[in-house]
Design a protein around this ligand. Structure first.
Ligand code: NDP
Length: 453
């Protein structure tokens, strides 16, 4: 059995059966058996089923949000927002079965047409930081395109995925179309990656594991999409609304206790504005309400595990340049205070590696060219923000930064309707928006001869 821990109390909140390679094989066999009928469901009927599933998730949204808040240790308000996004995601991709359009291409002596066809059985491997919502970004387009799915949640947070499997069956999704296997990544995830009947792996997690998945998938030439780590820059120019930038910066890096691949964990500040920015940032960090995830007013919860807390603490040794920190509750729970390091050099370990905890590095820069160079001096390229009162400059910098998702005078990263994913070692492929569907379909070309020769 897997003992599922509640990070805010360190207590076991549930036990679920631990799957192994054998269960993965059974799940893949079920998904394979369900595939021919699922891909043959009429587009309008598949759309209706996905809408029914969205409605069924919405009907249980409070229960799912509470489960997610407790199991992942995230503030209940955030968890509610995530479940609302799950619903929105299924509704958005419910429009897809009837819109998987092909092309007709002018050719000699015939008609040429293209079709978007499903891949078959798709393996989804998702992490513990945003368990159900990240699953939905993969699941909704995969199912909409006519694939069947084996979903492996992280062992730390399997509960909402297991609930989703039940909800989907109740909503009328045919048996075998969605299969959830809860078990360790090194066993269940690895088996999915090597399984000859799995056509594609969609993964979110660490760059290290992603690298292994890409290598493993090469054996059977599986399609792979990867959403990996980040070390994103929050670039603040002296001509920005500094109050607004400082007020928004804490949630951009400390949201989800910093366990967010999009965390703006490098705050690049134009040197002439550094002092004013830090003065505005300090009260915003200290005012963050850290505590019980189920309390409505909580803005930051604990880290996911004791191990994660140890890893984060390594980045804040006794001689670290801590300028100020937030507070944490006493007692049980994997708490870590919001911590701001300044000034940090971009070559320091804390500025290079993904900390995945509530630690921000403030890095000063002299001018626009240096800001761009620093932002790009990383193996990652997921997201980033630019705060400036000069629109032309903001757009110029946005084009120069090597990252998949940039926001100007905002720290937003993810919307159901727009593409999300990374440059460089932050990943391969895009989730969400219209483009995600291309990663769950093959393009087939059919030529029909209408004349001889
Ligand atoms: P992992 O990459 O190990 O976990 C992500 C998922 O992959 C989990 O479901 C995990 O399963 C599974 N997995 C683990 N090993 C394998 C494998 N060999 N083959 C297939 N699947 C596997 O992340 P961690 O939880 O270890 O976190 C470590 C670091 O990863 C963090 O510090 C952070 O830097 C980064 N990370 C990035 C995320 C993102 O959103 N991009 C999300 C999570 C982590 P299981 O956990 O059940 O073993």
């Amino acid at each position: 059995m897997i003992e599922v821990i509640e990070p805010a109390t360190e207590r076991v909140m549930a036990e679920v059966p631990r799957a192994g390679a054998e269960e993965v094989d059974l799940a893949v066999a079920r998904a394979k058996a369900a595939y021919p009928a699922w891909r043959a469901v009429r587009p309008g009927d598949r759309a209706s089923l996905l809408r029914r599933l969205a409605d069924a998730i919405e009907a249980e949204a409070d229960q799912l949000a509470t489960l997610e808040a407790r199991n992942a240790g995230k503030p209940i308000g955030d968890a509610q927002g995530e479940i609302a996004m799950v619903v929105e995601c299924f509704r958005y991709y419910a429009g897809a079965p009837e819109r998987l359009l092909g092309q007709t291409i002018p050719v000699a002596a015939g008609v040429d047409m293209t079709f978007r066809e499903p891949l078959g059985v798709v393996g989804l491997i998702v992490p513990w930081n945003f368990p159900l919502v990240i699953a939905s970004w993969k699941l909704a387009p995969a199912l909409a395109a006519g694939n069947t799915v084996v979903l492996k949640p992280a062992e730390l947070t399997p509960l909402t995925a297991l609930e989703l499997e039940r909800i989907a069956l109740d909503a009328g999704l045919p048996e075998g179309v969605l299969n959830v296997v809860a078990g360790p990544g090194s066993v269940c995830g690895a088996r999915l990656v090597e399984h000859p009947d799995v056509a594609k792996i969609a993964f979110t997690g660490s760059t290290e594991v992603g690298r292994g998945i890409a290598a493993g998938a090469a054996e059977t030439i599986k399609r792979v999409t990867l959403e990996l780590g980040g070390k994103s820059a929050n670039m603040i120019f002296a001509d920005a609304d500094l109050e607004a930038a400082a007020a928004a910066a804490p949630s951009a890096v400390f949201g989800n206790a910093g366990q967010d691949c999009c965390a703006r964990s490098r705050i690049l500040v134009e040197r002439s504005a550094l002092e004013r920015f830090l003065e505005a940032l300090e009260p915003a960090v200290k005012a963050m309400r850290v505590g019980d995830p189920l309390e409505e007013s909580t803005e930051m919860g604990p880290l996911i595990s004791a191990g994660r807390r140890e890893s984060v603490a390594e980045f804040v040794p006794d001689d670290a340049p801590v300028v100020f920190r937030g507070s944490i509750p006493d007692g049980a729970g994997y708490w870590f205070p919001a911590t701001v390091l300044a000034p940090v050099s971009n070559s320091d370990r804390a500025a290079r590696e993904e900390i995945f905890g509530p630690v921000a590095c403030v890095i000063p820069f002299a001018d626009e060219a240096e800001a761009i160079a620093l932002a790009n001096e990383t193996i990652y390229g997921l997201s980033g923000s630019i705060w400036s009162g000069d629109g032309a400059r903001a757009l110029r910098v946005a084009r120069a930064v090597e990252a998949g998702v940039i926001s100007i005078n905002s720290n937003s990263s993810v919307r159901v309707t727009t593409p999300f994913g990374g440059f460089k070692q932050s990943g391969v492929g895009r989730e969400l928006g219209p483009d995600a569907l291309s990663h769950y379909t093959e393009l087939k070309n059919v030529y029909y001869a209408t004349e001889e020769g």
